[in-house]
Write a protein that binds this ligand. Structure first.
Ligand SMILES: *Cc1c(COP(=O)(O)O)cnc(C)c1O
Length: 375
């Protein structure tokens, strides 16, 4: 009231009221939705291969369970997601104090930052890497140290050399997004054996279910051996629940305890919890998902080679493709005008690349056919 009486609109100067860290953050710019693209280019059909979602649709078991739980959403969810927790504890063979759920891994990344990051701390990330690590670190005002990838592989030696006494968190992605490559067991071991005290490694395993490389380390093994590791997994990718926002963190009980204190008490909604239970139990859906991914991967490798395009062999459900001299934004726009949405490498830190999610057989075929028109 006072400000208005003095003749001003208080909101013209509300910048002054905002934390510096927030003023500095650039808003996340998402790609156009399928509906928007459909409308803009007057298309009958749009194929989205941009966000590494599960292309085979929603599990029937999940749909059934969601319908059932709908009758109860006037009630708050169970704060501990007991039902889902019990399923996962059994599957992973861990104790109940070693797991925390979140509103997607994104939600957990934010809680982890809120728990651990002080202004004077440094955070090490690879460059390029998943944008969320940068976002949550900036939000807390911590200093980001970027370590360039060795082409497509996370540079473990570089990361070790960048550690200072101020380093608090290291974010690793395994497999990496957007390259699709993994950190091998022996390399992760080297990093973990070279950590000073008071430093935590966050191991983001969003694409865990897709990996077939035998040298892939299971982050949970390191937690069992008491290394300072927090593993993040999600239901957004192989389990096909991206729209519901459900992820979990695994760590030693001491770390999980702090995460549980800092999170919103009801950070996982009832529909998501129930869908998660059904998804864990739909073995057929997971089998189909992995089969489709393998088949699509081989098809795309083959066809890309025939067009003369190099790609990074992937352990995930997307492929980073080198489009040579082509401009990734231009190619992105051309493909979009033909109804295919991919991620242009420019936005991901890889100029002259595109990242394409592996789709269904039909989607992959249409993608290749369309790509040929423009390459
Ligand atoms: C997709 C993805 C996630 C998953 O995020 P959610 O918030 O669980 O949907 C996390 N990390 C990486 C690297 C990803 O690519």
């Amino acid at each position: 009231m006072l400000n208005q009486k003095m003749g001003g609109n208080w909101y013209d100067n509300c910048d002054d009221m905002v934390r510096n860290e927030v003023s500095k953050i650039k808003k996340y710019v998402p790609g156009k939705s399928m509906d928007e693209v459909k409308k803009e280019y007057d298309l009958d059909r749009v194929i989205k291969l941009a966000s590494n979602e599960n292309p085979i649709g929603v599990s029937e078991k999940v749909k059934e369970r969601i319908n059932k739980v709908a009758a109860n959403i006037n009630r708050y969810p169970d704060m501990d997601s007991r039902g889902l927790k019990d399923e996962l504890l059994e599957k992973l063979d861990i104790n109940s104090d070693m797991i925390a759920f979140g509103n997607g891994s994104d939600g957990l990344l934010k809680v982890i930052a809120e728990v651990f990051l002080k202004k004077e701390d440094q955070v090490i990330i690879s460059y390029p890497s998943f944008v969320e690590y940068k976002f949550v670190s900036q939000l807390m005002g911590s200093q980001l140290i970027r370590v360039w990838m060795n082409d497509y592989i996370q540079n473990i030696e570089g990361i070790i050399n960048s550690i200072t006494e101020d380093t608090k968190l290291i974010f690793l992605t395994n497999p990496h997004n957007p390259s699709g490559t993994i950190i091998k067991r022996k390399d992760l071991q080297v990093l973990l054996d070279n950590l000073p005290e008071d430093l935590i490694v966050v191991l983001d395993e969003a694409y865990y279910e897709y990996v077939s490389d035998e040298e892939y380390p299971d982050g949970l093994d390191y937690i069992r051996e008491d290394y300072p590791v927090i593993v993040l997994r999600t239901f957004s990718k192989a389990y096909g629940l991206a729209g519901l926002r459900l992820g979990y963190a695994l760590a030693r009980p001491e770390l999980i305890d702090y995460i549980m204190r800092a999170r919103d008490p009801f950070n996982v909604n009832k529909v998501a919890e129930n869908a998660g239970i059904a998804a864990l139990n739909d073995k057929e859906y997971m089998k189909k998902t992995l089969e489709n991914n393998k088949k699509g991967k081989e098809y795309l490798y083959n066809e890309l080679s025939k067009i003369g395009l190099k790609y990074v062999p992937t352990e995930a459900n997307f492929i980073l493709v080198n489009i040579k001299a082509h401009d990734s934004m231009e190619l992105f726009k051309k493909l979009q005008s033909s109804g295919i949405i991919i991620r242009p490498g420019k936005l991901l830190g890889y100029q002259h690349h595109i990242r394409v999610s592996i789709g269904t057989t039909e989607e992959n075929e249409i993608f290749i056919k369309t790509l040929k028109k423009y390459i």
